[in-house]
Design a binder for this molecule. Structure first.
Ligand SMILES: Nc1ncnc2c1ncn2[C@@H]1O[C@H](COP(=O)(O)OP(=O)(O)OP(=O)(O)O)[C@@H](O)[C@H]1O
Ligand SMILES: [Mg+2]
Length: 665
């Protein structure tokens, strides 16, 4: 019997799988490169992040010999030697994160390393006699091009991750701008031998290991948000995205943070959401003194303001002792609360106290704040029954009183109005009117039918600068454009109005998408920045144009899931069969047009043939959507030749279909 010593071998594919399995994002991979630069005693590191390429170039010692390449670059997991004196490097695998995201070209001294782990596994090309170059430069040609939002995020995150790198003497520049600073020159709440500490009431606690971000710890963990930059080395996990709990430096830092946070919470009036949640739990458990229970502001109203039990107790008389509840930010609730029709709590307050209704909640309060909450004659009113007695005082604001974001909306809407009312695409054939901002308790928008269209502040505040926001604003604009007389008196619309509205929805939507593309320019003109959601919507437009020749609005629009009542047994009066019947039933109750049609398009896309879609250059869903919209218009218009006897009704921006006589208006 002969025994032979053998070694296991790895298939090249396993190498990329291992590289790929390292937890991490592209920004984390860039940080690995920056930490390597610091370990190579570099003083400066230049990062370039574009949609297709990432470059990390430093002026450190580089690779100085073939032996260093053989041992340190080629072998994964080679143990470190004391003489290397590394600040960050500990596992000799970090470069794998850079291999994961693209073809790597490393340049250092006379060496060039060309790595394509995805396609060539553990094989790489080494050149040893290239023209000498200083330091080390890693160029990554990304396997996947970054979309605009991803590019924005990677740049932002990289800047955040390297923010305090100068603690180890390395200045980091991102696309030419300095991204790092020395924590010694900053203001901190505390500085110990172990770390710089700054605490905030909200957000997470960002932990930097000697300047390099490790993790964003949930604020709840230590009851505080903020920033910690360790001066000494923290023990981190293999993926380098968490601090090991046994790390002695971290234990001391954690204690210092904990002490400061507790001290601050006791003396403060204003709390973050999760602090309020925690205090509410303590109140329910009877752990708060009567005095604290009465004075801590743990009750959030519909407008987002926080009240103490004592404050509510005093205020209730001016609210006629009526109490109700609505979702925080509910516009109607906001108005009713401000007009003191009732004291409207935010639903989240009930959740915070695990109360099923306002009555249970106020009982808990009374029980826990003896002597500070007396009210016995409170009327608990369901939110749905509130609302009578809304006063209105619609008013147009002078331009000088408008905010930058309101001005952006005005310019955005003014820009597209001409297109909607022009005769192009069968427009409304009307004069354009001045778009202005106004204040009104009950109108979202109004017009005199001739000279102006006013958008209420409240409406604009509720709209975001994203595609959905612009589409909504344009729907309102169209609604007002269709009015050719004042609409602020009796706001009742006839069938003609809706016909005209529907006939122009397409052009309004198209205009919204066009104008949406101008947003970055308009925002910049007011000194505002492009938001992430806006960039994401631009992604959608770009993706749509990459995937299909023609861009179809419906597919790019986020379709909100809707609560659609089950269709139930077909109603006797439904005059249709097949697809029309499905539409008629889906619109049997007041619902949002876009959402329900979007939903139905999902159900009916199977019925569209691949050839039909191809011929139109659209997806099957888009074609289904188009057909459903067309059919809906037939069902909404009793005068249409194919209408079997149904018409549309509207209520607060929602629509439904009801049976009627054919030809009836
Ligand atoms: N910019 C650089 N300049 C000089 N040498 C470098 C550079 N980047 C990497 N190296 C060499 O390549 C080796 C491997 O880098 P890698 O990031 O994989 O491991 P590490 O930094 O040693 O440890 P860790 O896995 O913790 O990051 C390093 O130890 C270092 O010797
Ligand atoms: Mg490293």
């Amino acid at each position: 019997m002969s025994v032979e010593k053998r070694s296991f071998k790895l298939h090249p594919h396993v190498f990329y799988s291992l590289v790929n399995m390292q937890a991490g994002t592209l920004q984390k991979a860039v940080l690995e490169g920056v930490m390597n630069a610091a370990d190579a005693k570099a003083r400066r590191c230049d990062l370039t992040v574009d949609e297709a390429t990432v470059v990390i170039a430093d002026d450190g010692q580089g690779f100085r010999s073939r032996q260093e390449i053989d041992e340190w670059f080629e072998i994964f997991g080679q143990p470190h030697e004391e003489a290397e004196k590394k600040v960050y490097g500990s596992f000799r695998i970090g470069r794998g994160q850079m291999f994961k995201f693209g073809v790597n070209d490393w340049t250092s001294g006379t060496f060039r390393m060309h790595v394509d782990a995805k396609n060539r596994g553990n094989d790489y090309d080494l050149t040893t006699d290239a023209t000498p170059a200083k330091g080390c430069k890693v160029q990554i040609a990304l396997y996947e091009r970054l979309l605009p939002s991803a590019l924005l995020e990677v740049r932002r995150e990289v800047a955040r991750m390297v923010k305090y790198m100068e603690i180890s003497g390395l200045k980091v520049f991102l696309n030419g701008e300095r991204a790092s600073m020395d924590p010694a020159g900053q203001k901190w709440d505390a500085e110990t031998d172990d770390a710089y500490i700054k605490l905030t009431q909200s957000g997470s606690l960002s932990i930097y290991n000697q300047g390099a971000l490790v993790t964003d710890m949930n604020g709840r963990t230590l009851g505080t948000g903020g920033t910690v930059v360790s001066k000494l080395r923290l023990k981190v996990n293999f993926a380098r995205n968490d601090v090991m709990s046994e790390c002695p430096v971290w234990r001391r830092v954690r204690k210092a943070v904990d002490q400061r946070a507790t001290q601050r919470n006791r003396t403060r009036q204003v709390h973050s959401d999760w602090e309020r949640d925690r205090l509410a739990q303590q109140m329910l458990a009877g752990e708060l003194s009567d005095e604290d229970a009465a004075n801590l502001r743990l009750f959030t109203d519909v407008c987002g303001r926080n009240w103490s039990a004592r404050q509510i107790d005093r205020a209730l008389y001016s609210y006629d002792c009526k109490v109700s509840v609505a979702a925080k930010g509910d516009r109607r609730g906001d108005v009713l609360h401000q007009q003191k029709v009732a004291f409207i709590l935010a639903q989240e307050t009930l959740d915070r106290f695990e109360a099923r209704d306002t009555k249970t909640l106020l009982c808990v309060v009374a029980d826990n704040s003896h002597g500070h909450f007396y009210h016995r004659d409170i009327k608990h009113v369901p939110f749905s029954t509130l609302g009578k007695g809304l006063r209105d005082n619609a008013m147009i604001l002078p331009d000088s009183k408008t905010s930058p974001s309101e001005r952006v909306w005005v310019r955005l809407l003014q820009g597209g109005q001409g297109r909607i009312v022009s005769t192009y695409h069968g427009g409304l054939d009307r004069e354009t009117r001045k778009i202005c901002v106004g204040e009104s308790d009950s109108y979202e928008a109004w017009t005199d039918g001739q000279t102006y269209i006013a958008f209420s502040r409240r409406l604009l505040r509720g709209l975001k600068f994203d595609l959905l926001g612009v589409l909504r604003a344009y729907k309102v604009l169209l609604h007002e454009c269709v009015h050719d007389g004042p609409d602020s008196a009796e706001h009742v619309h006839g069938a003609e109005f809706y016909q005209e509205f529907h006939d122009h929805v397409d052009v309004a939507d198209e205009t919204a998408v066009r104008e949406f593309a101008c947003l970055p320019r308009l925002l910049a003109a007011e000194g505002m920045k492009v938001k992430m959601q806006h960039a994401k919507d631009l992604d959608k437009l770009e993706r749509a144009s990459r995937e299909s020749k023609g861009f179809e609005l419906a597919a790019a629009m986020p379709v909100k899931p809707v609560d659609r009542k089950p269709a139930g047994p077909a109603k006797a009066e439904c005059p249709y069969s097949g697809k029309s019947k499905a539409i008629f039933e889906a619109f049997s109750d007041f619902v949002e047009f876009d959402s329900v049609i979007g939903d139905l398009a999902g159900e009916f896309e199977d019925k569209v043939s691949e050839e039909d879609a191809k011929a139109k250059g659209k997806t099957r869903r888009q074609v289904a959507f188009d057909r459903l919209v067309h059919l809906y218009r037939v069902l909404a218009n009793p005068r249409h030749a194919d209408n079997h006897g149904s018409r549309e009704e509207r209520q607060g921006g929602k629509v439904r279909l009801v049976a009627c006589e054919r030809g009836e208006r």
